[in-house]
Design a protein around this ligand. Sequence first.
Ligand code: ACM
Ligand code: ZN
Length: 527
Amino acid sequence: MRLYSTFVAMFMALMCAVTVSARELNILPEPLSVNVEAEGNYTVTAKTKIVALEELNNPAARFAEEMMLYFGAKKPMSIAKRGKGITLNIDKNIHAEGYEMRVNGEGINIVGGSEAGVYYALQTLRQIIVTNDSVVPYCAIKDEPAFEYRGAHLDVSRHFMSVEEVKEYIDILAAHKLNRLHWHITDDQGWRIEIKAYPELTEKGSSRKETLIGHGAEPKWWDGTPHGGYYTQEEIREVVKYAEQHYITIIPEIEMPGHSQAALHALPWLGCHEQDVDVWTMWGVTPEVLCAGKETTYTFLENVLSEVVELFPSELIHIGGDECPKERWKVCEHCQAMMKAQGLEHEEQLQGYLVTRIEKFLNSKGRRIIGWDEILEGGVTTTATVMAWRGAKIGAYAAEHGHEVVMTPLPICYFDFYQTESREGEGLRIGGHINFEKIYAWDPFDGISEQARKNIIGVQCNLWSEYLKNISMVEGQLLPRLGAMCEVQWSVDRRNEATIRQKMESMRKFYDAYGWNYAPYYFDGRK
Ligand code: ACM
Ligand code: ZN
């Protein structure tokens, strides 16, 4: 009897240990399954070997670098073809971005569906090591993403971010298993990409006289300080390569026909009336847009995009399409003549004509377009992917009508919004209010039929930078809310309100370890 109860007590203790260990892994985003099969830990040090074949050198090298930063070591962990330690392999039967990881006394064995899958396994492992004092409990993890498109946007027009700053942004996305960076590189307030055919775009269009630092338009709210910057094509290549090494595809956005005042300043003949305008120093929507009637506008856009596709391997190219007022077109002889020639009745259709023509051009280059949801108004075909921003209902409409859709609706996905209701201590932001809890609870499939769900290819958060001057401010808006967003993107049906706070406390250690800025509000219990 006594022996029996001792046995029961031991068994119960073991069960408790097992359960607690499994929970303490705190992996974010939530994996498909986590099992703790036996008691014990494997400790990773700067001397632990990574065992991988040549073809897995990239994920191995990235992990080694990331761990070197954590360990504060002089050298990255060594990568060997044979031996014991962290072993990496590929099995094509596993989901391309998925992986299986087993940890026991022999070491850590990782099998990914592809290089990317191995990389994501290593991100999970890095998280456990960093948040668990280098101790990895024996466990078996299976994982794969819910969405194929897991994006974050970054606006570098309103405030320019250096190559190093964009790389840090990429580091943060990669650690949360995102795989798309939507890079907003042109807008009214600055053209940020070197285009060899039109050097004026960056010579004149990349700097503005000053920046609006208040809400509204009183003279005292401008800072009187010129702001500018752009990326050379060499720098663009460097960033694209860096992103690729982190399994992130960069989708460049060249705004058209609206949000183009910086280009108009550089090349006034792009406007309906060759109007002389400044690189804009206001936020919002300007009436100054590209003329959609002149052939020279189309030649310009095609020449720009020809250089863009040489720089960005992404199949999807973002052509903007949002917020284009049509006042100038209504009184433009070229626009009106084009409408007549094409049999168009109203100016929305003229935008549709421009978008469709550019879509055909990009298709001829082997690419596809993605645009903000206004492209639906001009009557694009379902070959265009729609980025739903004006509300989840528009995304639902586009998905029901056969478009592939990236969900990034207001207000949930607008990470430039305030994070607390009181706004106390947040500094000046654009407006709104979106806290961690609202993002975490969001259902991107809400209102979408079972059949149309397959058209929702992914989810994205947006970082507009009107009031974000540098990467530290961007990070403070991104983190910790990206923790909630990545759970929607990677593990939508696996979210668990009971464990998320504990996971985020663990992630906080991770953010601290890498020196990333994050907002305190969620951790302080402020909503
Ligand atoms: C947008 O927020 N104008 C897409
Ligand atoms: Zn015109």
